[in-house]
Design a protein around this ligand. Sequence first.
Ligand SMILES: Nc1ncnc2c1ncn2[C@@H]1O[C@H](COP(=O)(O)OP(=O)(O)O)[C@@H](O)[C@H]1O
Ligand SMILES: [Mg+2]
Length: 211
Amino acid sequence: MFGVYKHYGRKKALRDINLDIYEGEFVFVSGPSGAGKSTLLKLLYLGEVVSQGQILVDGVNLSRIFSKRIPFLRRKFGIVFQDYKLISSKTVFDNVALVLEAMGHKRRFIQKKVNSVLRSVGLEDRYNSYPLSLSGGEQQKIAVARAIIGDPKIILADEPTGSLDAKSANIIFELLKRFHRRGGTVIVATHDMELIRRNKGRIFYLDKGFI
Ligand SMILES: Nc1ncnc2c1ncn2[C@@H]1O[C@H](COP(=O)(O)OP(=O)(O)O)[C@@H](O)[C@H]1O
Ligand SMILES: [Mg+2]
């Protein structure tokens, strides 16, 4: 990321951000509420576009990317949000399967893969439940399952434990660490310094849009 600025109208959310994140790193983006953490994550998957400066993701310059390639860029990322963003009218199975359906995979492959990923997050007995019947910790596990099922290179997690009790937060972090141990890159935005202290990773500190 080189000389990146992001303005929302007259609001300056990020100012002159220069940083490199390497493949296989575990990184925290920290700083108080309003510092620009979520904005920084959004710029990476083109949820927002930069106002100035350049971002390279896996060698691809996001300012030069053709719109047809954006879905392929997004597949490099698995994204986890504080409020889970599950579809409440779909079962646990369907929420996770959706990613593979969008990629055009066959039904039988999807069935096997979803089963295996739900087992890996410890929710194999919840296939047919609906998200709102589950605890927050369970819903976030499903969100992590959905994030990893497409075999992304990078997980972006925006305050992933912000709505969870300490025990559930630890379980979610263990899942992120497992993804990291297998070679994945993890970028966690959080204002929770205690969470950062308890875990290992490189820390970028944002304040009022400055790094
Ligand atoms: N879509 C938006 N429109 C206008 N202002 C925004 C928008 N998104 C974020 N902001 C502002 O940009 C600043 C950084 O926001 P954000 O990236 O969400 O910070 P953080 O995640 O660190 O709390 C804040 O002042 C916020 O109010
Ligand atoms: Mg935020």
